[in-house]
Design a protein around this ligand. Structure first.
Ligand code: RB5
Length: 149
């Protein structure tokens, strides 16, 4: 798989740990920035990753900001994106297994690098369960269709 990764200055502390997990699993990645600690606006990077995933240029995305909140909100504004804001491994598992999330968001002021490494591995190694969860995910996408112009 190809994983698109993006962050702001608040999330950059987690980026290397995320990349390490992605590479260890044998996936490719594209680092869409930011690349240093200078203050930037998280919507710019959340959008880049979300568009990469929605357009098919990447299979999944990982976005990082201070809390993970702002950048997850941004990613979810792009049609086709199901971005889960996660803070632990159980959430990472459920995001994949139940929600079929195609992007996860984490916070550099919330979680450690070790947490981010473990959450990334859990998210990328967990399969969508389908069944009743597929019905619910279909309903999520119907809400998008009915409400996003
Ligand atoms: C930037 O200071 C901070 O607001 C951002 O990283 C993020 O936490 C927003 O949700």
């Amino acid at each position: 798989m190809k994983i698109a990764i993006g962050c702001d200055h608040g999330g950059i502390v987690l980026k290397n740990a995320v990349i390490k997990a992605v590479v260890e699993l044998g996936h490719e990645y594209e680092d869409l920035g930011t690349y240093d600690n200078q203050s930037v606006d998280y919507p710019d990077y959340g959008e880049k990753v979300a568009v990469a995933v929605a357009s098919g240029n990447a299979d999944k995305g990982i976005v990082l900001c201070g809390t993970g909140i702002g950048i997850s909100i941004v990613a979810n504004k792009v049609r086709g994106i199901r971005c889960a804001h996660i803070t632990n491994e159980f959430c990472a598992q459920m995001a994949a297994e139940h929600n079929n999330a195609n992007v996860i968001a984490m916070g550099g002021r919330i979680n450690t690098e070790e947490d981010a490494y473990n959450m990334t591995k859990k998210f990328l190694t967990t399969e969508f369960a389908g069944g009743r969860h597929a019905t619910r995910v279909d309903k999520i996408m119907a809400v998008e269709k009915n409400n996003l112009k």
